[in-house]
Design a binder for this molecule. Structure first.
Ligand SMILES: CC(C)(COP(=O)(O)OP(=O)(O)OC[C@H]1O[C@@H](n2cnc3c(N)ncnc32)[C@H](O)[C@@H]1OP(=O)(O)O)[C@@H](O)C(=O)NCCC(=O)NCCS
Length: 225
């Protein structure tokens, strides 16, 4: 091998070792999530998907700010919703606005670098009751659980603890209460990890509401305590 080519190869190898070292240090202590690899350098190959993840995900500098949602947040909240769900699962702006007016103490956003990246909305409800997709909240006179209607984290900020932060925040608002929700898309392991278990709905009206959610939808409850 000509001396110049060998020198360039050695320089490239040193650069690769340095980049892999950074990636390993950044990922230390993190378990790979579903569909995630152990990092772009774990097997020496970079697929288009891992390359996209490395470039498309903004770094989250600093801890997220969790605060109550306000009507002014709705455009950003709708943008997160659009990024997280297929069109048939997107709920109208007017519905979101009405729910926020009904239960302002149970709607939060998570912001990183002053940008809204995630939200969680819920309200006090009754066990066994499901909010239909696109329907209004129906706060009962005597609630017996916290119902979480929607938790969504923008994909670019996913897998970095924002969902867990928001969930912990909501649980702290009604400590000791059971918590119920409808689990959709690929969120089942997330909710199971947080202590939620699937529960059958005996009431046919509520079962029909659950069936109104596209894809596999499960009614889940996290017991009191
Ligand atoms: C489900 C969702 C809210 C998770 O939010 P997130 O911020 O990415 O989750 P976190 O980073 O807090 O993850 C917490 C833990 O759950 C794990 N996890 C998250 N999503 C997971 C999934 N789909 N499958 C398996 N594990 C998952 C993470 O690896 C992490 O585990 P760790 O603490 O051991 O590292 C997010 O993926 C999302 O918004 N999805 C699209 C919208 C949606 O479907 N919402 C759920 C409606 S029921």
């Amino acid at each position: 091998m000509p001396a110049e080519t060998a020198r360039l190869d050695r320089a490239a190898a040193a650069k690769l070792r340095m980049v892999c070292g950074f990636a390993r240090r950044a990922n230390r202590g993190r378990r790979p999530g579903p569909g995630k690899t152990g990092g772009a350098c774990d097997n020496g190959r970079r697929t288009p998907r891992t390359a996209l993840r490395m470039t498309a995900r903004p770094r989250l500098s600093g801890p997220p700010v969790i605060r109550a949602m306000t009507p002014a947040d709705l455009p950003a909240v709708l943008a997160v919703q659009r990024a997280c769900y297929p069109p048939e699962m997107n709920e109208a702006a007017a519905v979101l606005r009405e729910r926020l007016a009904q239960a302002p103490d149970f709607a939060w956003i998570a912001a990183v670098d002053r940008e809204i990246r995630a939200y969680l909305v819920g309200y006090p409800s009754r066990l066994g009751k499901v909010t239909p997709l696109g329907g209004g909240f129906e706060p009962p006179a005597t609630p017996d659980c916290l119902y979480l209607h929607d938790l969504a984290v923008a994909p670019a900020a996913g897998g970095r603890g924002l969902g867990s932060h928001l969930l912990r925040h909501a649980l702290a608002v009604r400590p000791g209460w059971p918590v119920a929700l409808v689990c959709v898309q690929q969120a089942l392991p997330f909710w199971q990890r947080a202590g939620f278990v699937e529960r059958r709905l005996a009431d046919p009206v509520q079962a029909a509401r659950l069936a109104g959610y596209p894809g596999p939808a499960r009614y889940m409850v996290r017991p009191a305590g």
